[in-house]
Design a protein around this ligand. Sequence first.
Ligand code: 5GP
Ligand code: ZN
Length: 112
Amino acid sequence: MNDCVFCKIGSGQIPSRMVLQDEEVFAFEDLNPQAPVHVLVIPKRHVAAMNELQDSALLGRLFHVANLVAQKKGIAASGYRVVANTGKDGGQTVFHLHLHVLGGRQMNWPPG
Ligand code: 5GP
Ligand code: ZN
């Protein structure tokens, strides 16, 4: 999608601090981190939100990469949170599907 910031990050048009990638998925540091580790995992192709994701293989791949990110960032053993804010009530602000991988501190429940 032409005007989508995460499409541009996924294709390298906009610079980001990449953590890792495979053929379909890209992981990069959040610009405004909410925890010592805060990485976003996105599909390289444009999918607006969870509601629009029909491809269960891609969904599995996103979670697999989230797992690899946690290992690479050293939070796999201490624990972490994976979040997909979806739509208005979910607090989604960028409408290109992304998983937040948050860790390096104690997470609270319920979330705000
Ligand atoms: P959402 O609120 O949609 O779940 O999360 C969007 C996330 O994208 C936010 O945590 C925000 O800090 C991050 N973000 C927005 N624009 C950029 C950007 O241009 N670069 C990076 N690295 N992160 C961004
Ligand atoms: Zn996009």
